[in-house]
Design a protein around this ligand. Sequence first.
Ligand code: GDP
Length: 297
Amino acid sequence: MVLAELGQRISSALVSLNAAPVVDEAVLDACLKEIATALLQADVNVRLVANLRNNVKKRVNMEALASGLNKQKVIEKAVFDELCSMLDGGDPKKTELRKGKTNIVMFVGLQGAGKTTTCTKYAYLWKKKGYKPCMVCADTFRAGAFDQLKQNATKAQIPFYGSYTETDPAIIAQQGVERFKKEGRDLIIVDTSGRHKQEEALFEEMRQVAAAVNPNHVIFVMDGSIGQAAFDQAKAFHESVDVGQVIITKLDGHAKGGGALSAVAATRSPITFIGTGEHMHEFEPFETQKFVGRLLG
Ligand code: GDP
């Protein structure tokens, strides 16, 4: 089920409240059941769905609602607020860059998630805002990773660092960061390697790279279409390195909505940007209310 379809199903469940002659407990239950089914089918984590259902029920006290009140509106607002709070990843200030200081930002995620593409988009965005970004390729696992980063960085006219001979990603990361610090770059982006699946070797490598560069921010990049695996994957990265924000990619395609919600819950970190295409400019700041509003149509 794609994102738009999820929104449509939630909306139509809410609209069905209008059709009921009296909105009572049973009608509310049926509506919430339909919303829960839609969320589960969009790969939202089971526990999150149960929480949403309980919280809406707690907030909407049917007996206390005055008969004149538009109950549909009250329920709709409760569902909207609960979806927003599912996406609340805490204090957004924690994700901000420090002007005039060196910002070291490490990107992590599985192979194919869109890390290298997203590093370039991120660098390009901050370059337009007056920062001096640069990119370090600490991916020695995938052949061709450095060439890809080099190609992207060159296109965006962003300085880069990497090695064809050094095999230890922590050493490359450290060397790259040192070099760019000396050059006075204020935004040093460290791209790391991925694997096809979560595995201990990858997490150990992430810990080593993090220890080598001491990042101010760790960004977890997640493919928006990965489904139910999102919660565990995000949690595993969060437990290895100090993930402070999430970027969801490929929301232009047939992405399910659930992954985004689950990643926030698993990392307790906000989504800061979303990727909406392969090109450098196809990158948007994430706005919770707008996202949920769009979801509900
Ligand atoms: P990495 O292995 O995590 O570094 O992933 P890459 O940056 O190489 O991206 C994997 C593929 O996903 C590439 O073909 C990218 O062009 C594509 N990609 C990345 N972000 C997006 C996005 O937001 N939308 C779309 N449609 N494709 C994307």
